[in-house]
Design a protein. Structure first.
Length: 361
């Protein structure tokens, strides 16, 4: 056990999850401004070992352990999170207009399962507020932009919202993720069906080429389009996963992020009465580990590794991360495991990779 799990987590877990999250955001933003604190955090949690570096999609990752979308929805903590050792940070999900999300309470811990249920509903300050912060982002951190649609936007007009966010963020993020898999925005997952998905992804790839060709490509003289990924749910059938592979290849995406949270409640240790009382929402954490790994393996094998997979879901140890890399993931992301295990988890994963000579997907 680390000092975080022995001392800090028990105190944090006495407080409402969303309340403590906002407290942590404020503390991190203050800490990183204290002279010398960034160096201290990097010394405690960072890694400089060359064996953990990755060169993928034209980007250099100092290590393959990233932060999944949802933790830093509004791009407020990039500098602090990078100092904690993350190799890349995915901000969002962001929507064109600010929105409050679903009514509170909307985040719940399942301590017996080391899991979280959330129904946040894309609460965020809007893409323009994010852009203002990203203009001041540190230049040496890989940042992804996870984009979604506003709740009030009907699915038939969803492409307009993704277009808006893509244009706004184009000069300020290193890669994009299209989120059509959150269970907390009504009917959003219907956009994972083949036809609506093709419409959105074709449009964004055309826009990607258009913006790159206009010379607005972060100093790349119009020669480099932004890597584009699709984030999918773990609840898709084999037939639906086959369609995801087809769509990914047909639209020439760089890859898939597998997976988002699940609506399944099977196999939980938490009492059924508590689960029923919590109600709807996406489940993340240890119960998702096996299914996320299955999806990663299936996508990797079905596609014959013709695109990359970023693995996320149930990573609470170095073993869990390596399991996903061995299943076919090129990179991994943390969210719930980071909350339960603390920043030492990042270092443990990178140390394990270093000890086995690094992993090269």
């Amino acid at each position: 056990m680390s000092w975080y799990t022995r001392l800090i987590r028990p105190v944090f877990f006495l407080i409402d999850p969303e309340t403590i999250h906002h407290f942590v955001v404020r503390v991190l933003c203050i800490l990183i401004r204290i002279p010398g604190m960034k160096s201290i955090l990097r010394a405690m949690y960072g890694t400089t070992d060359k064996s953990t570096e990755r060169e993928l999609f034209g980007l250099r990752f100092p290590n393959p352990v990233g932060l999944a979308a949802g933790f830093d929805k509004d791009a407020k903590m990039i500098e602090a999170l990078a100092a904690l050792g993350f190799g890349f940070i995915e901000v969002g999900t962001v929507t064109p207009q600010p929105q409050p999300g679903n009514p509170k309470p909307r985040m719940f811990r399942l301590k017996k399962d080391e899991a979280i249920i959330n129904r946040m509903g894309f609460n965020n300050e809007g893409v323009e507020a994010m852009v203002k912060r990203l203009k001041k982002r540190p230049p040496n951190v890989v940042v992804g932009g996870n984009i979604g649609k506003n709740k009030i936007t009907p699915n038939e007009n969803a492409v307009d919202d993704y277009d808006y966010c893509f244009r706004a963020l184009y000069n300020y993020v290193d890669y994009f993720v299209v989120n059509v898999s959150s269970p907390n925005t009504p009917d959003l997952r219907a956009l994972q069906e083949k036809e609506p998905l093709l419409k959105i992804l074709r449009h964004l790839q055309n826009l990607n080429k258009e913006l790159a060709g206009s010379g607005l490509s972060n100093g790349h003289n119009g020669k480099k389009i932004k890597p584009l990924f699709l984030k999918i749910a773990p609840d898709l059938s084999v037939t639906q996963l086959d369609e995801i592979v087809e769509v990914t290849l047909e639209t020439n995406l760089d890859g898939v992020i597998a997976t988002n949270t699940t609506i399944s409640r099977s196999g939980l240790k938490t009492e059924i009465n508590e689960i029923n009382h919590i109600g709807a929402g996406g489940l993340s954490g240890k119960p998702l580990r096996n299914r996320a790994t299955e999806v990663i393996k299936y996508l990797s094998e079905k596609s014959q590794k013709r695109f990359s997979v970023i693995g996320v879901g149930g990573i609470h140890s170095a073993h869990d991360a390596i399991e996903k890399l061995n299943a076919g993931a090129s990179l991994v992301q943390l969210y719930t495991g980071f909350i339960y295990e603390g920043p030492i988890l990042i270092k443990r994963i990178n140390k394990a990779l270093k000890n086995q000579g690094g992993y090269h997907a």
